[in-house]
Design a protein around this ligand. Structure first.
Ligand code: AMP
Ligand code: ZN
Ligand code: FE
Ligand code: FE
Length: 271
């Protein structure tokens, strides 16, 4: 069973529309795809419609921002009810805080002589959840960086002068929202966020799985997190974190996720 359980569409900072991701997944012979946009479920209706009647199983998902003492934590939600009112309210709040944050970053950049406009950033976001990728693209368009990755490296990456942390709720609140919306909360790329010390607390709050097979995890990290999941009786997920052609992550479907893990996730997601 071939799966990619973590990809982004134009509903957040991916460059491909949800239906284009579905078409690409089918072309690559994937059996299962989960579109997990940052703080948005707005691509899911289109993706579900595109996958209907095809060989592809589309899992509705979202990657929620959480904040643990200024520390960014991402929580994936699989099989979430993307029409749940409380979830939609939580996501709307996150998108408002993303907008405010983009405004602060733009103001600070302008103050330092990097003229970029919030209108350009919003235009690049195309109405999706606005993020640093869109600020980076605006910086490139304005000639202040050669590439998106250079903009992150020099200006807006974590620890760089114009980085602004996200104003999000603690992981336990995010997990509660996901569970109430019928979803399975899974900690995203814990090796990137260095979330090891948070794991026991997250499990006590209702965490159901660990994204061990993430594109940015080394083989050692993949086995480390798969072993933790086994010990704690948690699900294991994985994916490319694909953001479209030219994006920061590898190709859709390029990260192997063990079939048993995918089957366990599908079984857990069935009511
Ligand atoms: P945000 O959620 O607004 O903080 O933005 C995080 C997103 O920025 C990630 O999901 C990636 O899509 C993108 N990103 C983070 N670091 C880099 C980087 N070094 N190069 C390119 N894109 C990046
Ligand atoms: Zn992203
Ligand atoms: Fe993430
Ligand atoms: Fe992601």
């Amino acid at each position: 069973m071939k799966a990619d359980l973590h990809v982004h569409s134009t509903a957040s900072d991916g460059s491909l529309a949800p239906s284009a991701l579905v078409a690409m997944a089918l072309e690559r012979g994937l059996d299962v795809l989960a579109i997990a946009d940052h703080d948005s479920v707005e691509g899911l209706a289109e993706a579900l419609a595109a996958a209907r009647g095809t060989a592809l199983k589309l899992i509705p998902a979202v990657e929620l921002s959480a904040s643990d003492g200024g520390h960014d934590v991402h929580v994936l939600a699989y099989f979430v009810d993307h029409t749940d009112a409380r979830l939609l309210e939580h996501l709307a709040d996150l998108r408002v805080s993303r907008l405010r944050r983009a405004g602060s970053m733009v103001a600070a950049l302008c103050g330092a002589g990097y003229d970029v406009s919030i209108d350009a950033v919003l235009e690049l976001s195309g109405g999706g959840a606005v993020g640093r990728s869109h600020v980076a693209a605006a910086l490139v368009d304005a000639g202040h960086a050669e590439s998106v990755s250079e903009a992150f490296r020099t200006l807006i990456g974590r620890g760089r002068p114009f980085y602004v942390s996200k104003d999000a709720r603690p992981p336990r609140d995010v997990i509660a929202t996901i569970v109430a919306a019928g979803g399975l909360p899974v900690i995203a790329h814990p090796g990137v966020t260095r979330a090891d010390e948070l794991l026991p607390g997250l499990v006590a709050s209702g965490l159901r799985g660990i994204e061990a097979f993430h594109a940015d995890h080394t083989p050692q990290q993949r086995s480390h997190y798969a072993a933790i999941a086994r010990q704690r009786g948690l699900l294991v997920t994985g994916g490319s974190d694909y953001h479209g052609p030219g994006g920061p992550n590898p190709a859709l479907g390029s990260v192997d996720v063990p079939s048993e893990a995918v089957e366990a996730l599908l079984a857990a997601g069935r009511p």
